[in-house]
Design a protein around this ligand. Sequence first.
Ligand code: SF4
Length: 448
Amino acid sequence: MSNMKTLQAKAGNVLIGGGSPIVIQTMCNTHTKDVEATLEQCRRMYEAGSGLIRITCPAPADVPYMKEIHDRLRAEGIDTPIVADIHFSAETAIAVAPFVEKVRINPGNFHKDHEVACQRFAELVKVCRQHGTAIRIGLNHGSLGERITNLYGNTPQAMAKAAMEWLELCIGEDFFNVVVSLKSSNTIVMVEAYRELAREMKERGFVFPVHVGVTEAGNGDSGRIKSCVGISSLLQEGIGDTIRVSLTEDPVNELPVAAYLADRYDGKIFSSMTALSLSGGKAVATYDAPSREKLLLDFSCDFGKRLLDREIDEVEIKGCYRDENGSSVDITSSGLGEYLVDELLQASRRRFYKPEYIACPGCGRTMYDLQGAFEQVKARTAHLKGMVIAVMGCIVNGPGEMADADWGYVGEGGGKVSIYKGKTAVLRHVPDSEAVDRLVELMEKDSI
Ligand code: SF4
């Protein structure tokens, strides 16, 4: 439960903010037109406790599929609110709003002309008010748009300012069924953006509920640690009413991590740390953890914020955890301690011991084997320490969302990949069987 008094949004039967428990959510990575596959994934998400389920709705032609998915879930007794994920099209948002409980939009992308974007947003607000549909205003660091970056730069402050402009419009329309998010894959940028937004909303006297997440966090231990660092830093300050842990994996895997974070900051579970000493900027922590997973999450939440905020510079971890057979494993002699410290320092951007990977979780727009490609890219680039490498699921949003990556591997669809150096596509239409080789060649040539 957020300890910052917020307004309350309502998506179907789920309350967000205003003192409600933290709501966990995830997003389908199936093609929305593939109704059976999407339904199957929604059922698994429901079983795993997702409080909201997001599904991409790229165009008006997808609206009937969204409606069918929604109606069939309800007929099966699954009442989890459905969130339609919209990227650019106000027309799509307006068309789908009557059939779902929430729409996620970045109104800045509705039109290049800000005045036109405002008009379209006002039309959407009207439809949402009529149908009791909530809105998430979701801005990402990589896709702020020229008008905002010209005014405020490409900064966390700019993200907060951009969000405030849309929230002002909601206040002017007397529409408060709104949640707001400001995501980045960079934990420092993301935490600073949300803090700034919280300050601005407080000052304005309207504190809207906040959806918190680290976008494009990657997968495995690194994705979990990065997500915990960003999300827990904010939850500790009472910022965050609904959360998504975004992983380039089966989306159902996101839910246990999100549930851990929600339970921990709703005061239902506690860290397995048994002793802590702090001296001269160094923390030494001892754990007695029931599992490796719990140890990883506890450690990330116990020290992520302290590292991010430079309260400490170093951390050492000792003690033990239980393996799957219930046997005690020593954290130091198993090598896990050193590895977790490396990962945590990287996630909190204090020391980089390997390349920094940005990978989107994939969604209904993904047109290739994103998870497989990400694994290949990681395996082939592990030696390129210091590089920021993005692996993105689609050409529509991928290039905009990979923010400050040095190199990007972006799926075009039809078995083809584009390779980016910074914001520029240096190779297009590369068959995906050759794309990892081409990327590595270019990176190595460039680093000579
Ligand atoms: S970049 Fe990834 S998550 Fe974002 S819209 Fe494209 S496929 Fe979906």
